[in-house]
Design a protein around this ligand. Structure first.
Ligand SMILES: Nc1nc2c(c(=O)[nH]1)N[C@H]1C(S)=C(S)[C@@H](COP(=O)(O)OP(=O)(O)OC[C@H]3O[C@@H](n4cnc5c(=O)[nH]c(N)nc54)[C@H](O)[C@@H]3O)O[C@H]1N2
Ligand SMILES: Nc1nc2c(c(=O)[nH]1)N[C@H]1C(S)=C(S)[C@@H](COP(=O)(O)OP(=O)(O)OC[C@H]3O[C@@H](n4cnc5c(=O)[nH]c(N)nc54)[C@H](O)[C@@H]3O)O[C@H]1N2
Ligand code: SF4
Ligand SMILES: [Mo]
Length: 798
């Protein structure tokens, strides 16, 4: 055991004397206090027989990963010396395991230490002393804190019922198998339940729209199937920054092998800079116009895959329409203007999108004649109020060109692969409360829940009986910062007669945490046991070991929840006697049982092996349905790929038409509001933070300043020069930050990196550059989801 090599570990790590596993054990007495030893299968005997310690104990290099919601799950190396993480490095070249995609730490990963050891980190539990939102807190003991929580839970549940209890969205901790947030839900359900929410603000619009084409949202393939793809169109997808599992590993190989990349994005993103042979900027929300015109060209020039269309699809032309639909509703009828008299030509689309007609013509021809080709849509285009249409539009293009179910093609927006589930996770009893709201309804549910209707997104009930009265925000900055139209949200939070008790647990006093009544100092991923999981777009897990002891009075969410459970009298059922580490071991065991063919390691084995790559690659979405349609109909009502969706047709909602074609967006380029607010604003996820996580990290602030990207043409018209402080405003809010003049953003559009902290000055002007002082809380028509990306603003010199 002591000589066994950790797969992927470097025999000669950079920057420090190397220590073999045996030497490490021999150095036992000096290192016994180092907590990570406890998890290794190093026997006590081995330690006791160890030789005397060297004068200066060398750093132990531990392969681990973070559990943030950053899109990646990288193999980082923590250098641990005398109970401190002294350095972060990454998977070394010599460790290349051909089985594992290469996931090296990004700039955020390299800076993790500054996040964990930052002097501003919360140190003690604190209760609010000023007005709510003022940010004044006073230190209290953990006993007082957990008593406050237990008492408020008991009082509020007795007075308003369990549906008055709410747990906010929690993406910062969703990258781990185990989280306080999951355990909070367990505690809720053991004591009567809570008001659940649905909808992923990340990709919920794609997830809701895709099943109308294919019958399921599980429409992603594994990236290893793209090795021989000649053309990839990355459509509103910026994986160079957002990572998405291990996109870069494959895209860099493909680039080296000659794959042509086209990037369709209003911004010249880092992905466009590093991969693109061609960048096609278009006005935000006009993606469907470009798609419509591409389909027009493909069909007019007879480049569509007629055999595929006839065999697998519904609604292409009048001959293949479902029963009971009047004439001229098919795709061909729409594109050639048989109903509205408008042919969806490249010239038509040029006026809407600003993409030159010739470029559209060429893109359509390239996509239809390169076999196979992959049009991969990111999640930026679907975080719009036209987002569901954009997501479904790409499924139509893939279908008419026969790129569905074939190796090297791509069916839909970047998405989940099959029904893959990795770790089983802590068990959660059923929620006795049937009602569910969309995450977009939470502000209304706090203000006056009786106004929420099923049309707005209420599920499982016709009305809500109670407002949200007690709210927990664990691992999220979504009370204010990340929530669309944040000023509207905080006006409800400030009213103490609405939500009566707010608990926030974070590492920092974020703009959201300022609204807490009780503020709890959580541990970081380095201070507790967990397993990092890739999103469904990847397929491995990495042990995230406890490396250091928490300082001050920091406690993991699970630790204080246990104390609350005890005060509510349910601790034994809640914890089942397990520590955090014991839960991880338990989940590993239940995962092994749930997937007997997977050969998943035991907990002891995982502590040595550190990683596990799940089987299931390569996977081509819908391969079965295409190879053997008789036995594998698509799970749609017709059993076919539904270009025309009768289900959508019956909704008769003008914003989600049966064909998913272009419809001008609210606050889009055709909105009359443009006369006052002529610029479209979009946000993107940048390289120096995961959403708002790591915002206070000084190393990350050096990487990129919060500035507004504005095209020199738009700036020139307003007399704005490089670096000028400018005001960006609309009816919802105003901010003042520096302007960055760049041709990387097309005229008519301005762009801000998402996730900067909201910092209002005494006049209410945000000096931090948080886009959500400007964004809209409009709900998308089908998913009842978010459309953070669709908004109009004006910019002027401050
Ligand atoms: N570095 C980093 N990585 C991250 C995150 C992070 O904050 N930082 N966040 C993680 C999370 S939580 C998520 S959900 C994912 C999100 O990943 P995505 O949603 O894919 O990322 P975004 O940057 O929001 O959008 C991708 C691109 O869409 C473009 N775009 C915006 N509007 C339009 C449009 O109307 N049409 C077209 N064609 N393009 C448009 C943007 O300019 C951007 O370059 O990333 C994850 N990865
Ligand atoms: N304008 C605009 N708004 C957006 C987006 C956008 O693109 N543009 N993107 C949206 C998307 S896709 C997402 S996913 C959301 C993300 O929004 P949120 O879900 O709010 O995620 P973060 O902003 O990362 O905030 C997470 C918080 O958790 C804290 N944290 C980190 N680790 C831990 C931990 O271990 N325990 C606890 N208790 N806390 C921890 C961090 O310090 C941070 O304050 O934002 C959405 N909002
Ligand atoms: S922040 Fe994400 S992409 Fe960066 S090193 Fe960590 S896991 Fe990898
Ligand atoms: Mo997200």
């Amino acid at each position: 055991m002591s000589t066994r090599k950790i797969p992927g570990s470097d025999p000669a790590p950079l920057g420090g004397p190397s220590l073999s596993r045996r030497q490490f054990v021999q150095a036992g007495s000096a290192l016994m206090a180092v907590p990570f030893l406890a998890g290794r299968s190093v026997s006590a005997e081995a330690i006791n027989t160890a030789a005397p310690s060297p004068a200066v104990p060398a750093a132990q290099i531990v392969p681990t990963c973070s559990t943030f919601d950053c899109g990646g799950k990288c193999d980082i190396r923590a250098h641990v010396e005398q109970g401190m993480v002294t350095r972060i490095s990454t998977r070394p070249d010599s460790a290349l395991d051909p089985q594992m995609p290469i996931m090296r730490a990004c700039v955020r990963g390299r800076g993790y230490r500054k996040f964990v050891y930052h002097p501003d980190r919360l140190k003690y539990p604190m209760k609010r002393v000023g007005k709510r939102g003022e940010g004044k807190f006073e230190r209290i003991s953990w006993d007082e804190a957990t008593t406050m929580i237990a008492d408020n839970l008991t009082r509020i549940t007795a007075q308003y019922g369990p549906a008055a209890r709410f747990a906010h969205t929690n993406t910062a901790v969703s990258g781990g198998t185990f989280s306080g947030d999951k355990m909070l839900r367990r505690l809720f359900n053991l004591t009567g339940g809570y008001l659940e929410h649905y909808h992923s603000v990340s990709m919920g619009n794609t997830a809701a729209a895709t099943p109308y084409t294919y019958g399921t949202a599980a429409s992603g393939s594994t990236l290893d199937t793209l090795a021989d793809t000649k053309l990839v169109i990355l459509w509103g997808h910026n994986p160079n920054e957002t990572v998405f599992g291990h996109t870069n590993h494959y895209y860099q190989q493909m680039k080296a092998n000659g794959t042509r990349f086209v990037v369709v994005d209003p911004r010249y993103s880092d992905t466009a800079a590093s991969l693109a042979d061609e960048w096609i900027p278009l006005l935000p929300t006009t993606d469907n116009a470009l798609m419509d015109a591409m389909m027009y060209v493909i069909i007019s020039e007879n480049l569509h895959d007629r055999a595929f269309i006839d065999r697998y699809t519904l609604g292409f032309d009048e001959a293949s329409m479902p029963e009971g639909v009047p004439p001229n509703e098919s795709l061909v009828a729409y594109l050639f203007g048989l109903k509205d008299g408008i042919e969806k030509t490249p010239q038509w689309a040029e006026k809407i999108t600003r993409v030159p007609a010739q470029t559209i013509l060429q893109l359509a021809r390239d996509y239809a004649t390169t076999k196979p080709a992959a049009l991969i849509q990111g999640w930026g285009p679907q975080r719009h109020n036209s987002g569901e249409r954009a997501a479904r539009g790409s499924t139509l293009l893939a279908s008419i060109t026969g790129n569905v179910g074939v190796r090297g093609g791509w069916a839909a927006g970047y998405g989940g692969i099959g029904n893959r589930k990795f770790m089983t996770g802590p068990e959660c009893p059923d929620n006795p409360v049937a009602a569910k709201i969309s995450i977009m309804n939470w502000v209304q549910a706090a203000d006056d829940a009786t106004k929420i209707t099923p049309e707005m997104g209420l599920k499982g009930a016709d009305r809500l009986q109670s407002n949200i009265r007690i709210l927990f925000s664990l691992g999220s900055n979504y009370l204010a910062n990340q929530n669309p139209d944040l000023l509207q949200a905080v006006s409800v939070l400030e009213d103490e007669s609405r939500i009566e008790f707010i608990v926030a647990s974070d590492l920092y006093l974020t703009p959201s945490a300022r609204y807490a009544d009780l503020l709890l100092p959580e541990t970081s991923f380095m201070e507790r046991w967990n397993i990092g999981e890739t999103w469904g777009t990847g397929n491995y897990v990495i042990l995230s070991e406890k490396l250091i002891e928490p300082d001050f009075e920091r406690r993991s969410d699970y630790e204080w929840l246990r104390e609350v459970a005890a005060k509510l009298g349910v601790e034994p059922q809640f914890s089942e006697g397990r520590s955090e580490k014991a839960w991880i071991a338990h989940i590993v065991e239940t995962t092994r049982q749930a997937m007997p063919d997977e050969n998943f390691p035991t907990f002891e084995e995982l502590c040595v092996k550190r990683q596990h790559l799940f089987k299931g690659a390569p996977h081509i979405a819908f391969e079965k349905n295409i190879n053997d349609p008789a036995n594998n109909p698509f799970p749609t009502p017709s059993g076919k790929i539904e270009l025309f969706s009768k289900r959508l047709y019956e909704m008769q909602h003008p914003e989600i038409p049966a064909l998913s074609h272009y419809v001008p967006a609210h606050e889009g380029p055709e909105d009359a509001l443009r006369q006052r607010y002529p610029l479209q604003l979009i946000t993107w996820k940048g390289k120096n933070r995961a959403n708002s996580t790591q915002y206070p990290n000084p190393w990350m602030q050096e990487v990129q300043e919060q500035v507004l990207w504005i095209n020199p043409q738009d700036a020139g018209r307003r007399g704005i020069r490089q670096g000028d402080t400018i005001r960006i405003f609309n009816d919802r809010g105003v901010m003042a930050i520096p302007a960055h003049l760049t041709a990387r953003i097309m005229p008519g559009v301005v762009a801000l990196q998402a996730g900067a902290w909201w910092q209002p000055d005494e006049h209410g002007v945000d000096r931090g550059g948080c886009p959500n002082v400007l964004t809209s809380a409009r709900i998308t028509p089908l998913a009842k989801g978010n459309s953070h990306q669709t908004l109009l603003v004006e910019v002027s010199k401050a």
